[in-house]
Write a protein that binds this ligand. Structure first.
Ligand SMILES: [Zn+2]
Ligand SMILES: [Zn+2]
Length: 142
């Protein structure tokens, strides 16, 4: 069977449904970001998958807004959210070829797993990381 042209498609969106997107291709497993900016943006740590920008198709975006997150360690980051329901959705470093997508906005089942933790140097004081996955003080490094 020749099925290499059949691309995997994943859908997701915000709480109210006014922002909808489709992702083509395989998603990376989830990385939890414990930085102080994600904590404010998500209300807790950020859980993200990521994809090449061209593989994300935003199919409904009337209420999608972008907050220019000047304080991120990565320059020129825009954080995408729904202005209707407040769902936090995207983390997009404009100079990079990829975009991070909030895992909670993916429609289940995701068939993904969590693979590790970044920016543990900025972790909140009200929880601890209880798993044995890799932890990095700052960004992911191998
Ligand atoms: Zn919404
Ligand atoms: Zn973060």
């Amino acid at each position: 069977m020749e099925n290499s042209n059949v691309q995997k498609k994943t859908k997701g969106g915000c709480l109210c449904g006014e922002v909808q997107y489709e992702i083509y291709g395989e998603l990376k497993d989830i990385v939890n970001c414990h930085c102080s900016k994600c904590r404010k943006f998500h209300g807790n740590y950020g859980a993200y998958t990521s994809i090449q920008v061209e593989n994300l198709k935003i199919t409904q975006q009337k209420s999608l807004r972008w907050y220019k997150s000047l304080t991120d360690e990565t320059p020129n980051v825009h954080r995408g959210f729904c202005s209707e329901c407040g769902s936090s959705l995207f983390w997009h470093p404009k100079d990079q070829p990829y975009i991070a997508i909030a895992a909670g906005s993916l429609n289940p089942p995701t068939n993904l797993k969590t693979m590790g933790h970044v920016w543990c140097s900025q972790i909140a004081d009200y929880y601890k990381i209880e798993d044995d996955l890799p932890q990095f003080d700052e960004r992911w490094s191998t």
